[in-house]
Every structure is written in structure tokens, then in C-alpha cells.
Design a protein around this ligand. Structure first.
Ligand SMILES: *[C@@H]1O[C@H](CO)[C@@H](O)[C@H](O)[C@H]1NC(C)=O
Ligand SMILES: *[C@@H]1O[C@H](CO)[C@@H](O)[C@H](O)[C@H]1NC(C)=O
Length: 360
């Protein structure tokens, strides 16, 4: 706390005494230069930072004990602290986290916007029956178009310079797990598993995702970091969302996603797509294997797997793999984000990691 206050005072002093320019302030304070102009985020609860707060949905996390280790407390992040994208924004030298589309206003959108929404999927119907409203990938793309209209005006209404600006930004995408957990694996509510085999479904999902990514490319995106799916079944012994063979089914999606990355790199001129092997990172980290994974850190609801509002938590969050029954703790997230940014093994990121994507 004391060091936080000192840090704040230092920043204020720097602002008023040294560098009145907002952007300069952060370089002076952190000593890090922002590597790319902006960061856009699409996906589900693993990346959401507040877009569901005002939706009519059970997929919400803007209440304690979520955010117990986050400076601003509960914000709509589905973990105790920072998300993967929060870490990546830090690594890339941003001085602020990327604001959610729901509240992003004014010139802050020039540094990027987060469209991710808990319970969202690639498919429009995903999550509908269980949780309520959520912003599907197609709606996230529509919201991005709204941002782009505003950005274009701020950047002088010059399509070419806006395109030039966007081509340097990174687009992080983490989506697909809900198309399994709250769609394919619930045959009593969704017909997808009677229509497609697991292998066919992996292809169908990735074809649709590739179309969505191609739309982003047409809007100006050139640098994409796509996160593979990670099993949500660690502590899920009581969670209704967990089934036995889920890891095998999810790996089919990941293998397919990686080959779509290769295809997109081939067909979309000037674009760089990378695949982050989340499953592989999880399997090859001795540290992650040492964490408590049979029970969640917070007291979780058996219905949704989310934390009981104002419920109890474990005392040391760094000893647990799962914060609620579905979402990893900040310490786990930090390992995924760290190896996505700087790969520790060749299988972590394909064809290269986010630090290279930024320079590419
Ligand atoms: C992810 O990494 C694991 C462990 O290194 C590897 O066995 C697996 O093939 C990788 N998956 C993909 C889709 O590249
Ligand atoms: C919490 O757990 C971590 C990991 O085991 C350990 O390094 C740390 O010292 C613990 N913190 C406290 C306050 O006990």
C-alpha cells in the first residue's frame, strides 16, 4: 500500500514537474515504451474486463470476491486479479489496461478496446439457454465497427492513415471454450452434438472463426494472437459444465486452430497470425502442476461454477490453480501470459510469440 502511494505521488510529480504530456508520463514512470499503438481484445470470460456488468445474465463477476487482488476491486474480470490481456498490455508497455467497450469513451479508444464477454462463443446461440445475455463474436465485431468509425474521425478522417495505424495494432482473440461447455456438451439444450461429430464440430467452429477473423482483416487488422482452448475442468467436480472426455474434444479444436493459423498466414496478404498453445503451456509447467487443483479458491456455486457473491476465499490465492470452478487464478494466468509473450518452449507459440508479433 505504502509503495503504491509513493508510486502515485511519483507519477503525479512527474506529470506536473517534468512531462506534462500524458503519453510521456508513463514512459517516465515505467521506463517502458509502448511497443504498439493499440490492442484490441475479442473473446469470452477469460478476457472480459467488464462488458457483462450491465447485461441481464448470470455470467457476471462484478462483485466480491472477484477482483480481491486487483487494485480497483471487482470490475467484471472473472478472476482474483489480472487477466491474460492485462499482463500482455503490461508487457507491451501500455500504462493502462485496455478498457471494456461498455465504458470506453473518448480518446482512450485510440489505445484499444476490449470487446470480450463472459459466456460468449463463436456461435451466436452459445450460452443462450444457461446464462442469459452475452455478446457473441458477431456482436463483438459489430461493436468493433462502432469503435472504428470513432477512431477514424479522431485520426483525421483519413482512411489510409487509419489503416496504417490499425496495421500495427495487435488483436488478441480467445474464444471457443463456451461453444463446447455451454453448447456442444449440453445435448439436452443444443442440437450441435447430434449434427456434428467432435472432429466435424472443430472444423465448423474454426471455419466460422476464420470468417470472423477475415472480417477483422478487412477492417484493417494485420496482427492476430489467437489463444487455444484450455480445459475448464480442474476443480470442476461439482460444476455442471465438466465432462470426462472434454480434454480430447478440445484438443481437436486446438489442432484445427493451429492449421487455420497457417492457412490464414498464407491467404491473407500482409497478415501475421499466431497460435498460443495454452494446453501445452499448462502441461509443461512444473509450477502449475504443483498448485492445488481439486478445489477452487473461492466458494463456488454448483449451478454456474462462479464464486458465491461475498463468499469466502482461500487465504493464499497463489497456491490454487482455479479461482472459481472454471476460471484460473491470477498466478496461473501470469504463467500463460508470460509464455504467450515470450515463449519458453517452441511448442508454446506458433509460428512465433507475441513479443515477435509486436515487432513483426
Ligand atoms: C501443444 O504443446 C504440447 C506440449 O508441448 C504438444 O504436445 C502439442 O502438440 C501442442 N499442440 C499444438 C496444437 O500444437
Ligand atoms: C503463498 O503461496 C506461495 C506459493 O506456495 C508462497 O510462495 C507464498 O510465500 C505464500 N504466501 C503467504 C503469505 O503465505
Amino acid at each position: 500500500m505504502a509503495s503504491q502511494i509513493n508510486n502515485t505521488i511519483l507519477r503525479i510529480l512527474l506529470v506536473f514537474l517534468l512531462v506534462p504530456n500524458m503519453q510521456q508520463r508513463c514512459f517516465a514512470a515505467t521506463g517502458k515504451q509502448q511497443q504498439i499503438p493499440c490492442l484490441f481484445v475479442f473473446g469470452d470470460s477469460s478476457l472480459d474486463d467488464g462488458n457483462n456488468n450491465n447485461l441481464v445474465t448470470l455470467a457476471k463477476s462484478n462483485y466480491p470476491p472477484y477482483g480481491i487482488d486487483f487494485p480497483k476491486g471487482p470490475t467484471g474480470r472473472f478472476t482474483n486479479g489480472r487477466t491474460i490481456v492485462d499482463f500482455i498490455a503490461e508487457f507491451l508497455g501500455f500504462d493502462n489496461y485496455i478498457p471494456p467497450f461498455a465504458t470506453a469513451r473518448g480518446r482512450e479508444i485510440l489505445k484499444g478496446v476490449n470487446y470480450a464477454s463472459g459466456a460468449a462463443g463463436i456461435r451466436i446461440e452459445t450460452g443462450r439457454t444457461q446464462l442469459g445475455d452475452r455478446i457473441s463474436m458477431d456482436r463483438q465485431l459489430k461493436n468493433h465497427q462502432i469503435t472504428l468509425l470513432e477512431m477514424n474521425q479522431m485520426l483525421g478522417n483519413h482512411k489510409k492513415s487509419t489503416a496504417e495505424y490499425l496495421s500495427k495494432c495487435i488483436y488478441v482473440v480467445g474464444v471457443g471454450i463456451n461453444d463446447y461447455l455451454i453448447n456442444y456438451l449440453l445435448p439436452q439444450y443444443y442440437p450441435t452434438s447430434t449434427i456434428y461429430t467432435p472432429q466435424q464440430y472443430a472444423v465448423v467452429l474454426n471455419n466460422q472463426l476464420s470468417q470472423q477473423l477475415t472480417s477483422l482483416y478487412k477492417y484493417g487488422a494485420r496482427k492476430f494472437a489467437l489463444f487455444g482452448l484450455q480445459s475448464a475442468c480442474g476443480s470442476g467436480t461439482t460444476s455442471s459444465t465438466c465432462v470426462d472426455n472434454i480434454n480430447n474434444v478440445i484438443e481437436l479444436f486446438n489442432v484445427e486452430l493451429k492449421s487455420h493459423v497457417a492457412a490464414l498466414n498464407h491467404y491473407l496478404a500482409g497478415a501475421s497470425f499466431i497460435f498460443i498453445n495454452t494446453t501445452g503451456i499448462g502441461l509443461t509447467s512444473p509450477f502449475l502442476a504443483s498448485l492445488v487443483s481439486k478445489v477452487s479458491c473461492c466458494e463456488a456455486l454448483s449451478t454456474t461454477g462462479l464464486c458465491v457473491p461475498f463468499g469466502r476465499t482461500c487465504s493464499n490465492r497463489s497456491e490454487y490453480a482455479f479461482y472459481d470452478s472454471i476460471h484460473p487464478t491470477e498466478i496461473v494466468v501470469s504463467v500463460f501470459a508470460g509464455r504467450a509473450y515470450k515463449a519458453q518452449s517452441p511448442s508454446d507459440a506458433y509460428p512465433f510469440d507475441i513479443s515477435h508479433l509486436a515487432q513483426h
